[in-house]
Design a protein around this ligand. Structure first.
Ligand code: KG4
Ligand code: ZN
Length: 332
């Protein structure tokens, strides 16, 4: 493990996370606190509750992570924090924490775009992954295809015009009474169903622009359920197949628009879906691309990816010696 050592802070949604990452990608220590319990009674993330929870846990988490790494604040070389996009209260808590540390310890602050954290995290998991690569980022909040050309050089090729893919899984789960988060439950139930049983639309399939849309699919799932003509397992399997068909079609289109990429990378919570991973792996092989699916704990929200993005920015010379300005503004 070699310096510089970067402490990363993530607080843009409902996970508070802190990590210390070395220049060679070694994760020296990390901690993550999920707020699921606090939000469960409300059926979704309540921004004010999230922000207050970050305030309570971040400082002790920083102590714990330093302790686990056998380091003191003086051993750090920089502090990186998510500066947006995210729920503004939470982003402010993490960023202000990082600014305070930077100021008190005389360390450079590195303000990280949360999506840059996601975009670069596959290189933390797989140090052999070189630019440029095509990244499908699919979670409850994000649904994008990016051409990752280099550090600080991203081209967004596709995004969703309505729901994110994970959101579509969650809504389908809700319609089928499966609870939250719904993705894993839908995948499990789908194994017992017939993917051809329920005729469902493939929104935007074949469309020239590589955008995603899942709202119409979700409505069709609701109508199928309300019709009483189908069993839940068949609905789950048919939904999953339709979503998968859309993703493959949109990825194919996005690849046509991308430059000469060498790998297809899938990240975000939905990357846990086994049929989706298999279909994408097959697609990558067909197109002579390397297929990279980082371990889930690095591609769902975490702080190691924020610290790592800080390392990448340092190595690329994108951080001024004094760091980013301490009045750097948090973005919603
Ligand atoms: O990245 P993530 O943990 O959090 C954010 O949304 O930021 O992603 C969570 C999303 C949820 O929508 C969840 O239902 C979905 O990922 N998900 C899945 C599976 N596991 C998690 N979707 C489909 N199949 C899965 N096995
Ligand atoms: Zn995220």
């Amino acid at each position: 493990k070699t310096g510089p050592f970067v402490l990363g802070i993530e607080s843009s949604c409902d996970e508070s996370a802190v990590a210390i990452v070395a220049a060679d990608g070694t994760i020296l220590a990390q901690a993550i606190a999920s707020q699921d319990e606090a939000h469960r009674p409300y059926g979704g993330v309540v921004p004010e509750i999230a922000a207050r929870a970050h305030v309570e846990v971040l400082a002790p988490m920083i102590d714990r992570v330093l302790n686990d790494a056998g380091m003191g604040l003086g051993d750090l070389d920089a502090v990186a924090a998510t500066a947006g996009p995210g729920l503004i209260g939470g982003v402010m808590v993490g960023l202000v924490t990082a600014k305070a540390l930077a100021m008190a310890e005389g360390l450079p602050l590195i303000a990280i775009n949360h999506l840059e954290g996601h975009a670069l995290s596959p290189r933390l998991a797989d140090r052999g992954l070189t630019f440029p690569y095509l990244l499908l980022l699919a979670s409850g909040g994000h649904c994008q295809i990016l051409e990752v050309r280099g550090v600080g050089n991203y081209r967004r090729i596709a995004t969703t015009i309505d729901d994110a893919l994970g959101e579509a899984f969650d809504k389908t789960a809700k319609i089928l009474g499966l609870g939250y988060p719904g993705g894993p439950a839908v995948e499990r139930l789908a194994r017992e169903g017939d993917a051809k049983a329920v005729p469902l639309p493939r929104p935007l399939k074949g469309a020239k622009e590589p955008y995603f849309s899942f709202a119409g699919l979700k409505s069709a799932v609701l109508r199928a359920k309300e019709s009483g003509d189908y069993n839940d397992a068949d609905i789950a399997a048919s939904f999953q197949q339709a979503a998968l068909d859309c993703v493959l079609d949109r990825t194919r289109r996005a690849l046509g628009e991308a430059g000469d990429v060498g790998a297809l990378v899938v990240a975000g919570g939905v990357a846990a879906n086994a049929p989706l991973r298999m279909a994408l792996e097959h697609f990558a092989r067909e197109h002579d691309l390397r297929f990279v699916a980082p371990p889930l704990k690095l591609c769902t929200d975490n702080a190691a990816m924020i610290a790592w993005a800080g390392q990448e920015r340092l190595a690329a010379g994108l951080v001024a010696p004094e760091g980013d300005p301490l009045d750097f503004v948090a973005r919603p």
